[in-house]
Design a protein. Structure first.
Length: 216
């Protein structure tokens, strides 16, 4: 029974006088103060790391739930800016709380006006009050030809919208187009997007990694 309490059992082969004497104090020498300090420092570092990790996770959750939302692009209507199946983050905070205006050139995500169960992503070409004209594929905004470097020649078309006549974007409406003009369903075919339908701005692509980066 003595062994269970940290004592050496008696050797039955030795007489009592020769049985070893155990000094428990000499076997359990106290740790040097340096070792104690090192152990406490390691524990504190571990707790600090766990605290920082938990804080980082909390911030990530807040950002995703309230500010940024990951979405997956479906289709090629925004190619080459966005590819099919590409994953991006959209900022859904700025527009919702009026911290930033919707501007020409923004890539926005919105509920499709003709089916509010579907989300589309397009580029804003005209804001309320703008005069829009499309003649033989060339877009004009307020009488000036729009320089669209994001539309490569192979993605352009020669279509005139509403016979090339100028149209004024109504109040609280936006005129949007896909960058892949010859394969995009956009304002040319189904009209303007109401302001209330727009809920996010594309800001960053994160997958695949070779396409990761800020969106313009």
């Amino acid at each position: 029974m003595g062994a269970e309490f940290g004592m050496e059992p008696e050797n039955p082969l030795l007489p009592d006088a020769l049985s070893p004497s155990i000094d428990l104090q000499t076997r359990a020498a106290p740790l040097p103060s340096d070792d104690k300090d090192s152990s406490l420092a390691a524990l504190w570092n571990a707790l600090s790391w766990m605290r920082d990790l938990a804080f980082s996770v909390l911030i990530a959750v807040v950002l995703i739930v309230f500010i940024y939302q990951p979405v997956k692009v479906e289709g090629t209507s925004m190619s080459p800016t966005l590819q099919d199946k590409e994953r991006i983050f959209i900022n859904k905070f700025t527009y919702k709380w009026g911290l930033g205006a919707i501007e020409r050139g923004d890539t926005v995500v919105f509920w499709y006006p003709q089916d509010l169960t579907k989300s589309y992503i397009k580029r804003v070409i005209g804001v309320p009050g703008d005069r829009i004209r499309i003649q033989d594929g060339q877009v004009y905004v307020n009488g000036k030809p729009l320089n669209e470097e994001y539309v490569p020649p192979d993605n352009r078309d020669l279509v005139s919208w509403r016979d090339g006549t100028e149209q004024v974007v109504p109040a609280d409406r936006y005129f949007v187009l896909g960058d892949h003009r010859n394969s995009s369903s956009d304002s040319r075919s189904w009209g303007y997007v109401p302001r209330l339908n727009i809920y996010g701005k594309a800001v960053f692509a994160y997958w695949p990694l070779n396409l990761a980066g800020p969106l313009h």
